[in-house]
Each structure stands twice: as structure tokens, then as C-alpha cells.
Design a protein around this ligand. Structure first.
Ligand SMILES: [Zn+2]
Length: 295
């Protein structure tokens, strides 16, 4: 940068991130105030250095002294800051500290997941995968476990955000349920009631029952036994800014399915305050892993 400046190829010389000092390699990799506050937020510990030591030595010994996680965070943060610096300089995209930190933490978590689950990640070769919603939208997967001999249904609703994180779960016991279709319709109805209770405004409601989803989308009256329930769902829908229904094959709805099974097995109905069961957590992690590998 100093050389470019001397040859008058570059007018702007101050660091575009902190706007304080000349932008050179030393500044970018080590001393920039913005970089330092990123590191502080990520709790990266810097050892104390002798003032005579140059930045290259400081950087290398900091990097080598840290464990795998900190090394990963240092690498991601440098790459991420450089990316956002270029966005700012060349495209005028405003720099946002919270966005940068969110990205670094998310990327770090994803890398950790992929390293932790090498076997799981090989299980998503198929073309159908669970997809996260856009930001500001919550996706609710619903399913039901039906016991015909007792006429009992346990419904399950699993809400996830755009990062694939669980935003809430709900299981519920219904008695005197006529068939599996009614059970699925009740699960979908619970999804909207639960979303209302949680204060979600924009939703995607996703399930593996084509019959139920078709019945909700239908405008005209029919004599189906599902009609009273799907009519209620249509009324509930008015309470939200946006509701989209998606039909997916069972393989994609696995997290909700496993939650229904767990609810039945443990006899838990209501919201899972004690945390979601490991079996559900595993499917949720795998869904996210397949998604990030695909993208
Ligand atoms: Zn700077």
C-alpha cells in the first residue's frame, strides 16, 4: 500500500475500517482497532509481548499458542474483515460489527459441526434436504404419532430460525382421534397456536401430510372430516403477517417425527422446558449440516 501510494496509484491510504492509521499489512493483520475489538468480542487471548518484537513474530506466536478453536476464530476473523473491507471500499457496503461477529460465530460453529460429525455429513447425498427459512421467518415442522387402537395422537411442532436453531418445541396429546389424517391436521393446527403463543409473525408451516396441506389451501367447502380443523387453521392464519404452507417428504420432516415419537415415549406434553431430547437435537444438527454442505 505504501508503494502504491508513492506511485500515486492509490489516493485513500487510511484504513477504511478504523479510519485512523495507514493501512498496511501490519495494521490489517495485527494492530487495527476494529480487528482488536473483534478479537476481544470473540475472547481471543493475546499474550503479552516484548515491545521490541515485530508484528510478524507476535502474530505467529499468538496463533501457535492458541488451541484449534482460537486458531479457527483468528483465521475466520481475518478473512471476514478483509471481505467486508473490500465490500466497503469497492461497493460502499456499510460495515457492521454485529454482522461481522454474527458471521464469524456462525461460520466457526458450522466448521466445528462438520468436523464433529464426519459420518453424519455423508448421509445427505439425496436431493431432498431440510431448508432453513429466510431471516425474520420461522419455520415450523409438524408431525403426529397416531395410535389407532387407543385413538390417541401425539402431535409435535418444531420451530427453527434461519440459522437452523430451534426456536421452540411443542408436543400435545389428543384423545378420540378418528384417523391419522385428523392427527396430522391437529398437528398443523397446533403449529399455528404455538406460533401465536411464541409471538412469531412470519411463518412457514411444513409437514409431510399432503392431504392436510391440500385441504388448508382449498378455498371452497367440502364434506371432509378435516374441514372443521382446516377451517380453524385458515382463521388462525389471519393473526399472522405471513403464513406459507409447504409439503415435504417424510425424510425432510424427520426432526418433527422424532419429536412426536419422543413425546409419546416420555409422555411429555407441552413445551420442552428441560431442553430438547438428544435424538431430536441430532436430526436438527444433521439437517443444518446437510444444508450448509449443499450451500
Ligand atoms: Zn484499521
Amino acid at each position: 500500500m505504501r508503494n502504491l501510494n508513492r506511485r500515486t496509484l492509490c489516493v485513500e491510504t487510511a484504513c477504511p475500517l478504523c479510519k485512523e492509521v495507514l493501512e498496511d499489512t501490519e495494521h490489517l493483520l495485527w494492530s487495527c482497532g476494529v480487528l482488536r475489538s473483534v478479537w476481544t468480542s470473540l475472547q481471543i487471548k493475546l499474550p503479552h509481548f516484548d515491545a521490541s518484537l515485530d508484528y510478524k513474530n507476535c502474530f505467529v506466536s499468538t496463533f501457535l499458542a492458541e488451541d484449534g478453536r482460537q486458531r479457527r476464530l483468528i483465521s475466520i476473523s481475518l478473512w471476514c474483515l478483509w471481505y467486508h473491507r473490500n465490500k466497503l471500499v469497492h461497493e460502499g457496503v456499510k460495515f457492521s460489527m454485529s454482522k461481522v461477529l454474527g458471521f464469524i460465530r456462525g461460520y466457526d460453529h458450522d466448521t466445528w459441526l462438520v468436523n464433529k460429525n464426519p459420518l453424519l455429513s455423508s448421509g445427505c447425498r439425496g436431493k431432498d434436504i431440510w431448508r432453513p427459512p429466510e431471516s425474520d421467518i420461522i419455520k415450523l415442522n409438524f408431525d403426529a404419532s397416531y395410535l389407532p387402537e387407543k385413538k390417541i395422537a401425539i402431535t409435535a411442532v418444531l420451530a427453527r430460525d434461519s440459522r437452523g436453531k430451534v426456536a421452540g418445541t411443542d408436543t400435545y396429546l389428543f384423545e378420540e382421534v378418528g384417523d391419522a389424517f385428523v392427527a396430522e391436521a391437529r398437528a398443523c393446527e397446533r403449529a399455528l397456536l404455538f406460533a401465536r403463543m411464541m409471538g412469531f409473525r412470519r411463518l412457514i408451516v411444513e409437514g409431510d401430510s399432503l392431504t392436510v396441506i391440500k385441504s388448508i389451501m382449498k378455498k371452497e367447502e367440502d364434506r371432509s372430516v378435516l374441514r372443521p380443523i382446516t377451517f380453524h387453521i385458515q382463521c388462525l392464519q389471519q393473526l399472522f403477517e405471513e403464513v406459507t404452507y409447504i409439503y415435504v417428504p417424510r425424510t425432510i420432516n424427520r426432526a418433527a417425527h422424532v419429536l412426536a415419537i419422543e413425546g409419546r415415549r416420555r409422555g411429555i406434553c407441552g413445551n420442552w422446558i428441560a431442553g430438547i431430547p438428544d435424538s431430536v437435537k441430532l436430526v436438527v444438527e444433521n439437517d443444518w449440516l446437510c444444508w450448509i454442505q449443499r450451500n
